[in-house]
Design a protein around this ligand. Structure first.
Ligand code: CP
Ligand code: NVA
Length: 302
């Protein structure tokens, strides 16, 4: 059984096949030549946190592949009243063919996967957001060709999305340079993983050091879902705003990405987010194509 929990669990070869499939699915959709390889399959989507892109792209994706998606909110299900994740996993496995979970604690996701008898996909946890990074790589390559050997600059909070970029750097063989305040550096666990896989993660305190000659500049919200220390974060992260001056430190053909939702005037200026180097709308669209490919991979229908 195949789970899609973290990029580090999956071989580089399988991740590459998922990306190729996503490109093929995108072309087929544009040409009106879609097929329904998941006809009759059911996806349960459990959300403990808000979502626009993840929810709609998984639901539309499953529909387009011929299957059906069921939205479950953490609060409205018995999970919200304390039913264990192990029991939930066993019961849902009797109804559906595949599950997707967005939750706070990453161990809830691994717990769901270890008790489920169907595939489980990570739809974001406090630790990682692998579906997002697959869409980001697809988007980079669509615009600029292979990401291998390129330099990616992550500016701001060393959060869940940043963690998945670090995992991806080893598997797709690109350089990752992070600029963040010390207090908001990527998790020790992730940096230790990178070190043990012979990946050098460059960590700087000045945004321009990370952005210098980068081929892709990425940022994310300063206050992720579940973060309670908004005031402190804004104070720490204000020097890390991505603006047009910072973009000038990057390569002249550099792209800008943001997983969205964005806060113009905080982590990024409107000028950059809505400017010519930004590919955020393609990035959001590619969530759909990549997640269709991830579901096909999980269900061994690729
Ligand atoms: N980028 C992303 O995961 O967006 P949502 O929170 O809207 O799902
Ligand atoms: N880091 C953000 C990503 C949202 C898609 C969060 O966890 O809220």
């Amino acid at each position: 059984m195949r789970h899609f929990l973290d990029l580090a669990d999956i071989s580089a070869q399988d991740l590459r096949s998922i990306l190729s499939k996503a490109v093929e699915l995108k072309k087929a959709r544009a040409a009106g030549k879609e097929t329904r390889p998941l006809a009759g399959k059911k996806l349960a989507m459990i959300f403990e946190k808000n979502s626009t892109r993840t929810r709609v792209s998984f639901e539309v994706g499953m529909m387009e592949l011929g299957g059906h998606a069921i939205y479950l909110s953490g609060k409205e299900t018995q999970i919200g009243r304390g039913e264990t994740i192990a029991d939930t996993a066993k019961v849902l496995s009797r109804y559906v063919d595949i599950m997707m979970l967005r939750c706070h604690d990453h161990t809830m996701l691994t717990g769901l996967a270890s008790h489920a008898t169907v595939s489980v996909i990570n739809g974001l946890t406090d630790y990682s957001h692998p579906c997002q990074i697959m869409a980001d790589i697809m988007t980079y390559e669509e615009h600029r060709g292979p990401i291998t050997g390129r330099k990616i600059a992550w500016i701001g909070d060393g959060n869940n999305v940043c963690n998945s970029f670090i995992s991806a750097s080893g598997l797709f063989d690109f350089r990752i340079a992070i600029a963040c305040p010390k207090a908001l550096a990527p998790s020790h666990e992730m940096l230790a993983w990178a070190k043990s896989h012979a990946r050098e993660v460059e960590v700087y305190s000045k945004p321009e050091d990370a952005a210098r000659n980068a081929h892709l500049v990425v940022t994310d919200t300063w206050v992720s879902m579940g973060d309670l220390d908004r005031k402190k974060r804004i104070a720490l992260l204000t020097p890390y705003q991505v603006d047009s001056t910072l973009m000038q430190s990057a390569d002249k053909d550099a792209l800008f990405m943001h997983c969205l939702p964005a806060h113009r005037g905080e982590e990024v200026t409107a000028e950059v987010l809505d400017g010519s180097q930004s590919v955020v709308w393609d990035e959001a669209e590619n969530r759909l194509h990549v997640q269709k490919a991830i579901m096909l991979w999980c269900l061994e229908k690729m």
